[in-house]
Ligand binder design. Structure first.
Ligand code: 13P
Length: 288
């Protein structure tokens, strides 16, 4: 039996309860452990998600799933964990459905809309037959993440309705959000469009590009219907800053400070703290 839960129970409750659950990208063993530790310490559900690029870097989808599963075992993780594919193409979504993920994102934003719709339907059918939840995308997320590039097109309400009708479990919408750091001249999230979409469909909505959005905007987005918030860059920045500080202060030269387990520790702790802080922003309630 799988140790993972699928996203349905979590996100339907989240949408009704006006809170969100964090989906954190993993990149390696340290990231995986730090995300699990942050969620366990806050006693809240969590998604660990992997991009196609990060899965390739680490090995393959199965390896990532096994790593998360085995870390949950040795760390005695008791909070609900969703194993999710982030921005998968059609082939990746199918592979993760086979590999035992409990949730997959099929991102068809770069396809003609009708093809996005058809392929979303197919993935929903394959995934639901195995109790796996599906995230789909309308419009696009600006910027770039692991080779997935989007122009940041605003999601259309009609397209959101059509994709939601496929039975997908949660929906990522382009509402002015961007992967990676936000530029100085960013004008903020488009709350009018978010509200129009949230009023038109009951599907829980996903806010990609969560890193760097001011807390008040995240809270407002959650109050309007966002139930899943994706975070990758924030953890990368926290890890890099803590590692830089350690090295610049000569930590790697004191005693055996160059030992990778010591060298990576400040960055590791910075991810645990970041995950816990963001979970607090999202208002995710503790599991009973
Ligand atoms: P950030 O780059 O803002 O962390 O976004 C992560 C994300 O949306 C993953 O899909």
């Amino acid at each position: 039996m799988s140790v993972f839960v699928n996203g349905n129970a979590i996100f339907n409750d989240a949408r009704k309860g006006h809170y969100a659950v964090g989906a954190f990208n993993t990149n390696n063993l340290e990231w995986t452990r730090a995300i699990l530790q942050g969620a366990q310490e806050t006693n809240t559900p969590v998604l660990i998600q992997v991009s196609m690029g990060a899965a390739k870097y680490m090995g393959d989808y199965k390896l990532v799933k096994t790593l998360v599963e085995e870390e949950m075992r040795v760390m005695n993780i008791t909070v609900p964990v969703v194993m999710h594919l982030d921005h998968g193409n059609y082939e990746a979504a199918k592979e993760c459905i086979e590999a035992g993920y409990s949730s997959v994102m099929f991102d068809g934003h770069d396809l003609p809309f009708d093809e996005n719709l058809e392929k979303t339907k197919e993935i929903v059918k394959l995934a639901h037959a195995k109790g796996i939840s599906v995230e789909a995308e309308v419009g696009s997320i600006g910027g770039e993440e692991d080779g997935i590039v989007g122009a940041g097109e605003l999601a259309s309400v009609e397209e959101a309705k059509a994709i939601a009708a496929t039975g997908c479990d949660y929906l990522a919408c382009g509402i002015g959000n961007i992967h990676g750091p936000y530029p100085e001249n960013w004008t903020g999230l488009n709350f009018d469009r978010l509200k129009e979409i949230a009023d038109a469909i009951d599907t829980p909505l996903v806010l990609h590009g969560g890193s760097g959005i001011p807390q008040e905007q995240i809270e407002k987005a959650i109050s309007l219907g966002v139930s899943k918030v994706n975070i990758n860059t924030e953890n990368q920045l926290a890890f890099a800053a803590a590692t830089r500080k350690y090295i610049e202060e000569g930590g790697d030269q004191n005693g055996k400070g160059y030992d990778p387990r010591k060298l990576l520790n400040p960055g590791y702790n910075a991810i645990v703290d970041t995950v816990k802080e963001i979970i607090g922003w999202l208002g995710t309630p503790s599991v009973k």
